[in-house]
Design a protein. Sequence first.
Length: 119
Amino acid sequence: QVQLVESGGGLVQPGGSLRLSCAASGSIPSIYTMGWYRQAPGKQRDMVALITSGGITNYSDSVKGRFTISRDNDKKTVYLQMNTLKPEDTAVYYCNVRWITSPLRYGYWGQGTQVTVSS
């Protein structure tokens, strides 16, 4: 069983910063992708940022230049540094880990952490 534990959410003023962390535990292979998604009330869950085992990153256009995703493979932990936060960044942020052990695909979600950007 794989578990993801997120931390670091909270309330921040516009222009402020937050850092999210997500630690994975359980049976995870050496090659996997970790990422962050977010879901605002009444909206679908959207990708925010992804990072592969090799360090290749992908960001949504809405956060490019403001958010940075990184990972510590030894700790099986992914981070999301969020700078210059905007009210529209307000959402529940979910951590995700996924991999392929052909022919099967695996994916797990964290419980989510609330990020609120408001003055």
